[in-house]
Design a binder for this molecule. Structure first.
Ligand SMILES: Cc1cc2nc3c(=O)[nH]c(=O)nc-3n(C[C@H](O)[C@H](O)[C@H](O)COP(=O)(O)OP(=O)(O)OC[C@H]3O[C@@H](n4cnc5c(N)ncnc54)[C@H](O)[C@@H]3O)c2cc1C
Length: 397
Protein backbone atom coordinates (compact mmCIF):
# COMPACT_ATOMS: atom_id res chain seq x y z
CA UNK A 1 0.00 0.00 0.00
CA UNK A 2 1.14 3.53 -0.82
CA UNK A 3 2.12 5.71 2.13
CA UNK A 4 2.84 9.44 2.35
CA UNK A 5 3.26 12.12 4.98
CA UNK A 6 0.60 14.39 3.51
CA UNK A 7 -2.12 13.90 0.92
CA UNK A 8 -3.28 17.24 -0.51
CA UNK A 9 -6.69 17.01 -2.21
CA UNK A 10 -7.05 19.85 -4.75
CA UNK A 11 -4.34 21.85 -6.50
CA UNK A 12 -5.90 25.33 -6.53
CA UNK A 13 -4.29 28.24 -4.71
CA UNK A 14 -4.68 26.77 -1.20
CA UNK A 15 -3.64 23.18 -1.99
CA UNK A 16 -0.68 24.26 -4.13
CA UNK A 17 0.54 26.64 -1.40
CA UNK A 18 0.42 23.83 1.19
CA UNK A 19 2.05 21.36 -1.25
CA UNK A 20 4.88 23.80 -1.99
CA UNK A 21 5.59 24.60 1.66
CA UNK A 22 5.53 20.95 2.76
CA UNK A 23 7.61 19.64 -0.17
CA UNK A 24 10.15 22.40 0.42
CA UNK A 25 10.61 21.08 3.96
CA UNK A 26 11.32 17.60 2.60
CA UNK A 27 8.03 15.88 3.46
CA UNK A 28 6.63 13.19 1.23
CA UNK A 29 3.64 14.96 -0.35
CA UNK A 30 1.13 13.61 -2.87
CA UNK A 31 -1.16 16.25 -4.37
CA UNK A 32 -4.17 15.18 -6.44
CA UNK A 33 -6.67 17.11 -8.55
CA UNK A 34 -9.72 15.92 -10.42
CA UNK A 35 -8.94 18.29 -13.31
CA UNK A 36 -6.78 16.94 -16.14
CA UNK A 37 -4.05 19.58 -15.61
CA UNK A 38 -2.92 22.18 -13.12
CA UNK A 39 -5.44 25.03 -12.99
CA UNK A 40 -7.78 23.11 -15.28
CA UNK A 41 -10.70 23.73 -12.93
CA UNK A 42 -11.42 27.11 -14.54
CA UNK A 43 -11.02 28.95 -17.82
CA UNK A 44 -8.29 31.59 -17.64
CA UNK A 45 -9.39 34.58 -15.55
CA UNK A 46 -7.86 37.34 -13.46
CA UNK A 47 -8.73 37.53 -9.78
CA UNK A 48 -8.17 40.65 -7.74
CA UNK A 49 -7.51 40.10 -4.07
CA UNK A 50 -6.56 42.25 -1.12
CA UNK A 51 -2.98 42.09 0.11
CA UNK A 52 -4.11 42.42 3.71
CA UNK A 53 -6.28 40.06 5.72
CA UNK A 54 -8.85 41.00 8.40
CA UNK A 55 -6.45 40.14 11.26
CA UNK A 56 -3.91 42.61 9.83
CA UNK A 57 -1.55 39.98 8.40
CA UNK A 58 -0.08 40.76 4.99
CA UNK A 59 0.41 38.45 2.03
CA UNK A 60 3.64 40.09 0.89
CA UNK A 61 6.10 38.11 3.07
CA UNK A 62 4.28 34.83 2.33
CA UNK A 63 4.43 35.47 -1.43
CA UNK A 64 8.13 36.25 -1.12
CA UNK A 65 8.71 32.95 0.66
CA UNK A 66 6.68 31.14 -2.00
CA UNK A 67 8.66 32.96 -4.74
CA UNK A 68 5.44 34.22 -6.32
CA UNK A 69 4.89 37.68 -7.83
CA UNK A 70 1.40 39.03 -8.54
CA UNK A 71 0.80 40.13 -12.15
CA UNK A 72 0.00 43.59 -10.87
CA UNK A 73 0.05 45.43 -7.55
CA UNK A 74 -2.23 48.45 -7.47
CA UNK A 75 -4.14 50.60 -5.01
CA UNK A 76 -6.46 52.83 -7.03
CA UNK A 77 -10.08 51.88 -7.44
CA UNK A 78 -13.23 53.63 -8.62
CA UNK A 79 -16.44 52.70 -6.80
CA UNK A 80 -19.71 53.31 -8.60
CA UNK A 81 -23.39 53.16 -7.93
CA UNK A 82 -25.96 54.14 -10.56
CA UNK A 83 -25.54 57.91 -10.07
CA UNK A 84 -22.50 58.34 -7.83
CA UNK A 85 -18.83 57.42 -7.87
CA UNK A 86 -15.62 58.07 -6.03
CA UNK A 87 -11.96 57.18 -6.45
CA UNK A 88 -10.13 55.53 -3.60
CA UNK A 89 -6.38 55.50 -3.20
CA UNK A 90 -6.13 52.91 -0.48
CA UNK A 91 -3.40 52.05 2.00
CA UNK A 92 -4.21 48.41 1.25
CA UNK A 93 -2.95 47.22 -2.14
CA UNK A 94 -4.80 44.91 -4.53
CA UNK A 95 -2.93 41.95 -5.99
CA UNK A 96 -3.94 40.74 -9.45
CA UNK A 97 -3.41 37.03 -10.14
CA UNK A 98 -4.05 35.00 -13.26
CA UNK A 99 -5.98 31.83 -12.45
CA UNK A 100 -6.45 28.70 -14.54
CA UNK A 101 -4.34 26.44 -16.76
CA UNK A 102 -1.96 29.01 -18.32
CA UNK A 103 1.71 29.06 -17.34
CA UNK A 104 1.44 32.54 -15.82
CA UNK A 105 -1.37 31.48 -13.46
CA UNK A 106 -0.95 31.43 -9.70
CA UNK A 107 -2.10 27.80 -9.51
CA UNK A 108 0.35 26.68 -12.22
CA UNK A 109 3.32 28.55 -10.76
CA UNK A 110 2.78 27.32 -7.20
CA UNK A 111 2.32 23.69 -8.20
CA UNK A 112 5.30 23.81 -10.61
CA UNK A 113 7.56 24.97 -7.76
CA UNK A 114 6.05 22.29 -5.47
CA UNK A 115 6.80 19.62 -8.10
CA UNK A 116 10.37 20.89 -8.42
CA UNK A 117 10.72 20.54 -4.66
CA UNK A 118 9.61 16.90 -4.86
CA UNK A 119 5.80 16.95 -4.65
CA UNK A 120 4.16 14.08 -6.52
CA UNK A 121 1.22 15.58 -8.49
CA UNK A 122 -1.54 13.33 -9.84
CA UNK A 123 -4.06 14.98 -12.18
CA UNK A 124 -7.43 13.35 -13.06
CA UNK A 125 -7.54 11.82 -9.58
CA UNK A 126 -10.43 12.11 -7.12
CA UNK A 127 -11.13 11.14 -3.54
CA UNK A 128 -13.73 8.37 -3.29
CA UNK A 129 -13.75 7.36 0.38
CA UNK A 130 -12.07 7.81 3.73
CA UNK A 131 -11.58 4.74 5.94
CA UNK A 132 -11.65 5.92 9.56
CA UNK A 133 -10.11 4.42 12.68
CA UNK A 134 -11.24 6.15 15.89
CA UNK A 135 -12.13 9.27 13.89
CA UNK A 136 -8.68 9.36 12.28
CA UNK A 137 -8.45 8.99 8.49
CA UNK A 138 -6.38 5.80 8.25
CA UNK A 139 -6.73 5.14 4.53
CA UNK A 140 -8.02 7.05 1.52
CA UNK A 141 -9.48 5.44 -1.56
CA UNK A 142 -8.69 7.45 -4.69
CA UNK A 143 -9.95 6.97 -8.24
CA UNK A 144 -7.61 7.60 -11.13
CA UNK A 145 -7.96 6.44 -14.74
CA UNK A 146 -10.88 4.14 -13.78
CA UNK A 147 -8.77 2.40 -11.13
CA UNK A 148 -9.04 2.61 -7.35
CA UNK A 149 -5.86 3.37 -5.41
CA UNK A 150 -5.48 2.84 -1.67
CA UNK A 151 -3.24 5.30 0.13
CA UNK A 152 -2.23 5.74 3.75
CA UNK A 153 -1.40 9.38 4.59
CA UNK A 154 -0.45 10.70 8.02
CA UNK A 155 -2.35 13.94 7.37
CA UNK A 156 -4.95 14.90 4.75
CA UNK A 157 -5.16 18.54 3.60
CA UNK A 158 -8.60 19.19 2.08
CA UNK A 159 -8.18 21.91 -0.55
CA UNK A 160 -10.95 20.79 -2.88
CA UNK A 161 -12.89 24.04 -3.10
CA UNK A 162 -16.28 25.35 -1.98
CA UNK A 163 -18.18 22.13 -2.67
CA UNK A 164 -15.52 19.99 -0.94
CA UNK A 165 -16.06 16.26 -1.06
CA UNK A 166 -13.55 15.81 1.79
CA UNK A 167 -15.72 18.05 3.98
CA UNK A 168 -18.75 15.87 3.21
CA UNK A 169 -16.90 12.56 3.69
CA UNK A 170 -15.70 13.76 7.11
CA UNK A 171 -19.26 14.81 8.04
CA UNK A 172 -18.25 18.43 8.77
CA UNK A 173 -21.36 20.62 8.77
CA UNK A 174 -21.72 24.10 7.28
CA UNK A 175 -23.02 26.24 10.14
CA UNK A 176 -23.98 29.11 7.85
CA UNK A 177 -23.11 29.63 4.22
CA UNK A 178 -23.89 31.77 1.21
CA UNK A 179 -23.36 31.13 -2.44
CA UNK A 180 -22.03 33.80 -4.77
CA UNK A 181 -21.95 33.15 -8.50
CA UNK A 182 -19.78 34.93 -11.04
CA UNK A 183 -19.50 35.19 -14.81
CA UNK A 184 -17.23 37.33 -16.92
CA UNK A 185 -14.98 37.82 -19.91
CA UNK A 186 -11.29 38.34 -20.56
CA UNK A 187 -10.90 41.03 -23.19
CA UNK A 188 -8.10 42.14 -25.48
CA UNK A 189 -6.56 45.57 -24.80
CA UNK A 190 -6.12 47.88 -21.86
CA UNK A 191 -9.52 49.33 -20.93
CA UNK A 192 -9.28 50.36 -17.27
CA UNK A 193 -6.85 52.74 -15.65
CA UNK A 194 -8.07 51.77 -12.15
CA UNK A 195 -9.87 48.80 -10.64
CA UNK A 196 -13.64 49.26 -11.08
CA UNK A 197 -16.42 48.11 -8.75
CA UNK A 198 -20.06 48.86 -9.54
CA UNK A 199 -22.92 48.29 -7.12
CA UNK A 200 -26.27 48.04 -8.87
CA UNK A 201 -29.21 46.12 -7.41
CA UNK A 202 -30.79 45.59 -10.84
CA UNK A 203 -27.69 44.58 -12.81
CA UNK A 204 -25.83 42.63 -10.07
CA UNK A 205 -28.30 41.73 -7.29
CA UNK A 206 -26.66 41.27 -3.90
CA UNK A 207 -23.10 41.74 -5.16
CA UNK A 208 -21.27 43.77 -7.83
CA UNK A 209 -19.71 44.18 -11.24
CA UNK A 210 -15.93 44.47 -11.38
CA UNK A 211 -13.28 45.23 -13.96
CA UNK A 212 -9.58 45.83 -14.34
CA UNK A 213 -6.66 45.70 -16.75
CA UNK A 214 -3.16 44.30 -16.81
CA UNK A 215 -0.74 45.19 -19.64
CA UNK A 216 -2.67 44.48 -22.80
CA UNK A 217 -5.56 42.53 -21.36
CA UNK A 218 -8.72 43.43 -19.42
CA UNK A 219 -11.54 41.66 -17.67
CA UNK A 220 -15.05 42.41 -16.65
CA UNK A 221 -17.07 40.19 -14.33
CA UNK A 222 -20.43 40.17 -12.67
CA UNK A 223 -21.09 38.59 -9.27
CA UNK A 224 -24.59 37.88 -7.90
CA UNK A 225 -25.96 36.48 -4.66
CA UNK A 226 -27.62 33.16 -5.47
CA UNK A 227 -30.22 33.55 -2.73
CA UNK A 228 -31.92 36.56 -4.30
CA UNK A 229 -31.79 35.76 -7.98
CA UNK A 230 -33.61 33.24 -10.08
CA UNK A 231 -31.37 33.73 -13.09
CA UNK A 232 -27.80 32.52 -13.46
CA UNK A 233 -24.79 34.87 -13.50
CA UNK A 234 -24.37 34.09 -17.22
CA UNK A 235 -27.92 35.29 -17.87
CA UNK A 236 -27.15 38.42 -15.83
CA UNK A 237 -23.98 38.97 -17.83
CA UNK A 238 -25.99 38.84 -21.06
CA UNK A 239 -28.68 41.09 -19.58
CA UNK A 240 -25.96 43.62 -18.68
CA UNK A 241 -24.53 43.42 -22.19
CA UNK A 242 -27.93 44.44 -23.58
CA UNK A 243 -29.12 46.94 -20.95
CA UNK A 244 -26.21 48.35 -18.95
CA UNK A 245 -24.65 51.42 -20.60
CA UNK A 246 -21.39 50.67 -18.83
CA UNK A 247 -21.04 47.41 -20.81
CA UNK A 248 -21.37 49.28 -24.14
CA UNK A 249 -17.81 50.54 -23.62
CA UNK A 250 -16.52 47.04 -24.32
CA UNK A 251 -18.86 45.84 -27.02
CA UNK A 252 -16.18 46.21 -29.67
CA UNK A 253 -13.41 44.59 -27.61
CA UNK A 254 -12.30 41.13 -28.67
CA UNK A 255 -13.31 38.47 -26.13
CA UNK A 256 -10.34 36.20 -25.32
CA UNK A 257 -12.44 33.78 -23.26
CA UNK A 258 -15.43 33.62 -20.94
CA UNK A 259 -15.27 32.30 -17.38
CA UNK A 260 -17.67 31.54 -14.57
CA UNK A 261 -18.27 29.62 -11.39
CA UNK A 262 -19.81 29.47 -7.95
CA UNK A 263 -18.29 29.87 -4.51
CA UNK A 264 -19.48 29.29 -0.97
CA UNK A 265 -18.80 31.71 1.87
CA UNK A 266 -19.44 31.21 5.57
CA UNK A 267 -18.55 29.24 8.64
CA UNK A 268 -18.16 25.50 9.12
CA UNK A 269 -18.21 23.37 12.24
CA UNK A 270 -14.50 22.44 12.22
CA UNK A 271 -11.44 23.39 10.22
CA UNK A 272 -9.58 20.45 11.78
CA UNK A 273 -10.95 17.00 12.49
CA UNK A 274 -8.34 14.56 13.81
CA UNK A 275 -5.79 14.28 10.96
CA UNK A 276 -7.90 16.24 8.41
CA UNK A 277 -7.25 19.95 7.91
CA UNK A 278 -9.39 22.17 5.69
CA UNK A 279 -7.94 25.11 3.74
CA UNK A 280 -9.20 27.78 1.34
CA UNK A 281 -12.71 27.44 -0.02
CA UNK A 282 -12.99 23.88 1.36
CA UNK A 283 -12.96 25.55 4.79
CA UNK A 284 -15.30 28.29 3.46
CA UNK A 285 -12.44 30.71 4.08
CA UNK A 286 -13.59 33.44 1.72
CA UNK A 287 -14.65 36.97 2.60
CA UNK A 288 -18.44 36.59 3.04
CA UNK A 289 -19.15 40.17 1.97
CA UNK A 290 -17.01 40.87 -1.11
CA UNK A 291 -16.16 37.27 -1.99
CA UNK A 292 -12.36 37.64 -1.98
CA UNK A 293 -10.86 34.21 -1.51
CA UNK A 294 -7.46 34.03 -3.20
CA UNK A 295 -5.76 35.85 -0.30
CA UNK A 296 -7.50 33.54 2.19
CA UNK A 297 -6.53 30.48 0.11
CA UNK A 298 -2.83 31.37 0.09
CA UNK A 299 -2.85 32.39 3.76
CA UNK A 300 -4.71 29.30 5.01
CA UNK A 301 -2.58 26.96 2.86
CA UNK A 302 0.48 28.55 4.43
CA UNK A 303 -0.87 28.44 8.00
CA UNK A 304 -2.04 24.84 7.56
CA UNK A 305 1.39 23.78 6.33
CA UNK A 306 2.99 25.35 9.43
CA UNK A 307 0.60 23.45 11.70
CA UNK A 308 1.20 20.24 9.72
CA UNK A 309 4.98 20.60 10.07
CA UNK A 310 4.63 21.15 13.85
CA UNK A 311 2.41 18.09 14.05
CA UNK A 312 4.76 15.85 12.06
CA UNK A 313 7.89 17.11 13.85
CA UNK A 314 6.77 17.68 17.40
CA UNK A 315 3.38 15.98 17.60
CA UNK A 316 1.78 19.37 18.28
CA UNK A 317 -1.96 19.32 17.77
CA UNK A 318 -3.28 20.41 14.37
CA UNK A 319 -5.96 22.29 16.32
CA UNK A 320 -3.47 25.13 16.66
CA UNK A 321 -4.55 26.11 13.10
CA UNK A 322 -8.24 26.04 13.98
CA UNK A 323 -7.69 28.04 17.18
CA UNK A 324 -5.81 30.69 15.23
CA UNK A 325 -8.80 31.14 12.93
CA UNK A 326 -11.29 31.17 15.79
CA UNK A 327 -9.31 33.84 17.64
CA UNK A 328 -8.43 36.06 14.70
CA UNK A 329 -11.04 35.63 11.97
CA UNK A 330 -14.32 34.36 13.37
CA UNK A 331 -15.71 37.68 14.59
CA UNK A 332 -14.81 39.36 11.26
CA UNK A 333 -16.45 36.57 9.27
CA UNK A 334 -19.62 36.84 11.37
CA UNK A 335 -19.78 40.62 10.85
CA UNK A 336 -19.16 40.29 7.14
CA UNK A 337 -21.99 37.75 6.88
CA UNK A 338 -24.37 40.17 8.59
CA UNK A 339 -23.23 42.91 6.23
CA UNK A 340 -23.99 40.61 3.28
CA UNK A 341 -27.51 39.99 4.65
CA UNK A 342 -28.10 43.73 4.88
CA UNK A 343 -26.35 44.67 1.67
CA UNK A 344 -28.52 42.44 -0.47
CA UNK A 345 -31.66 44.24 0.75
CA UNK A 346 -30.47 47.65 -0.48
CA UNK A 347 -31.88 49.20 -3.64
CA UNK A 348 -30.16 51.56 -6.06
CA UNK A 349 -31.18 54.67 -4.11
CA UNK A 350 -29.57 53.18 -0.98
CA UNK A 351 -26.43 52.24 -2.93
CA UNK A 352 -26.19 55.81 -4.31
CA UNK A 353 -26.34 56.99 -0.71
CA UNK A 354 -23.54 54.67 0.40
CA UNK A 355 -21.22 55.63 -2.44
CA UNK A 356 -21.88 59.34 -1.88
CA UNK A 357 -21.31 59.05 1.87
CA UNK A 358 -18.16 57.00 1.37
CA UNK A 359 -16.81 59.55 -1.09
CA UNK A 360 -16.98 62.21 1.64
CA UNK A 361 -15.75 59.94 4.43
CA UNK A 362 -12.68 58.96 2.43
CA UNK A 363 -11.76 62.64 2.14
CA UNK A 364 -11.10 62.37 5.89
CA UNK A 365 -11.66 66.07 6.65
CA UNK A 366 -14.12 68.07 8.69
CA UNK A 367 -15.73 69.55 5.59
CA UNK A 368 -16.21 66.01 4.28
CA UNK A 369 -17.86 64.85 7.48
CA UNK A 370 -20.18 67.85 7.47
CA UNK A 371 -21.25 66.91 3.98
CA UNK A 372 -21.98 63.33 5.10
CA UNK A 373 -24.60 64.75 7.43
CA UNK A 374 -26.07 66.65 4.47
CA UNK A 375 -26.15 63.39 2.52
CA UNK A 376 -27.82 61.52 5.38
CA UNK A 377 -30.49 64.23 5.42
CA UNK A 378 -31.17 63.47 1.75
CA UNK A 379 -32.13 59.96 2.99
CA UNK A 380 -32.04 56.65 1.22
CA UNK A 381 -35.22 54.54 1.52
CA UNK A 382 -36.27 54.30 5.17
CA UNK A 383 -35.55 50.55 5.39
CA UNK A 384 -32.31 51.16 3.53
CA UNK A 385 -31.34 53.91 5.99
CA UNK A 386 -31.77 51.56 8.94
CA UNK A 387 -29.87 48.81 7.22
CA UNK A 388 -27.05 51.13 6.23
CA UNK A 389 -26.70 52.51 9.76
CA UNK A 390 -26.55 48.95 11.06
CA UNK A 391 -24.00 48.00 8.41
CA UNK A 392 -21.72 50.93 9.27
CA UNK A 393 -22.04 50.22 13.00
CA UNK A 394 -21.02 46.59 12.42
CA UNK A 395 -17.81 47.66 10.80
CA UNK A 396 -17.05 50.56 13.10
CA UNK A 397 -17.58 48.55 16.32
C1 LIG B 1 -16.22 33.21 -10.81
C2 LIG B 1 -15.38 33.46 -9.59
C3 LIG B 1 -14.61 34.62 -9.53
C4 LIG B 1 -13.82 34.85 -8.39
N1 LIG B 1 -13.09 35.99 -8.35
C5 LIG B 1 -12.29 36.23 -7.28
C6 LIG B 1 -11.49 37.40 -7.23
O1 LIG B 1 -11.50 38.24 -8.13
N2 LIG B 1 -10.70 37.58 -6.15
C7 LIG B 1 -10.63 36.68 -5.12
O2 LIG B 1 -9.88 36.89 -4.16
N3 LIG B 1 -11.38 35.56 -5.14
C8 LIG B 1 -12.20 35.31 -6.20
N4 LIG B 1 -12.96 34.17 -6.23
C9 LIG B 1 -12.82 33.20 -5.13
C10 LIG B 1 -11.56 32.37 -5.38
O3 LIG B 1 -11.62 31.79 -6.65
C11 LIG B 1 -11.44 31.23 -4.34
O4 LIG B 1 -11.53 31.78 -3.06
C12 LIG B 1 -10.11 30.50 -4.49
O5 LIG B 1 -9.99 29.97 -5.78
C13 LIG B 1 -10.03 29.39 -3.48
O6 LIG B 1 -8.88 28.61 -3.73
P1 LIG B 1 -8.86 27.07 -3.31
O7 LIG B 1 -7.54 26.57 -3.70
O8 LIG B 1 -9.27 26.94 -1.90
O9 LIG B 1 -10.01 26.39 -4.17
P2 LIG B 1 -10.16 26.29 -5.74
O10 LIG B 1 -9.41 27.38 -6.42
O11 LIG B 1 -11.62 26.16 -5.99
O12 LIG B 1 -9.43 24.92 -6.11
C14 LIG B 1 -9.97 23.68 -5.76
C15 LIG B 1 -9.27 22.60 -6.56
O13 LIG B 1 -9.73 21.34 -6.11
C16 LIG B 1 -10.02 20.51 -7.21
N5 LIG B 1 -11.06 19.57 -6.78
C17 LIG B 1 -12.36 19.82 -6.50
N6 LIG B 1 -12.97 18.70 -6.07
C18 LIG B 1 -12.03 17.72 -6.06
C19 LIG B 1 -12.04 16.34 -5.71
N7 LIG B 1 -13.15 15.75 -5.26
N8 LIG B 1 -10.89 15.62 -5.84
C20 LIG B 1 -9.76 16.22 -6.28
N9 LIG B 1 -9.68 17.52 -6.65
C21 LIG B 1 -10.80 18.27 -6.51
C22 LIG B 1 -10.46 21.47 -8.31
O14 LIG B 1 -10.28 20.91 -9.61
C23 LIG B 1 -9.54 22.66 -8.05
O15 LIG B 1 -8.33 22.56 -8.76
C24 LIG B 1 -13.78 33.91 -7.33
C25 LIG B 1 -14.56 32.75 -7.40
C26 LIG B 1 -15.35 32.51 -8.52
C27 LIG B 1 -16.16 31.25 -8.56
Amino acid sequence: MLKCDVLVVGAGASGSTASLMLSKMGYNVIAIDKASRIGGFTNPKIDITESELPDGSKLDPILKELQIKPLKIFNESVWHSRNESFTLKSDVYDFYFKRGPTKDSLDYQLMRIAINKGCDFWPKTEVVKFNFNNGNIEEVILRSKRKNILIKPKIVVAADGSFSKCRKLAGIKELKSYCLEGFGARLKGKIFQETWVIFDSEFAPGAYIYGGSINNESFIGIVIDNQITRKSSKEYFNFNKKQNDFFRKFENSKILNLFGGKGKYGIIENLVKENLILVGSAGLLNDPFMGYGVNHAIFSGYKASNATIDNLNNEEKLNKYENFYKENFLSYFKKAMKTREIFKKLNNKDLDFIIRALSYITEKNAEGLKTVIEVIKAKPTSLGALNILYMFSQFLS
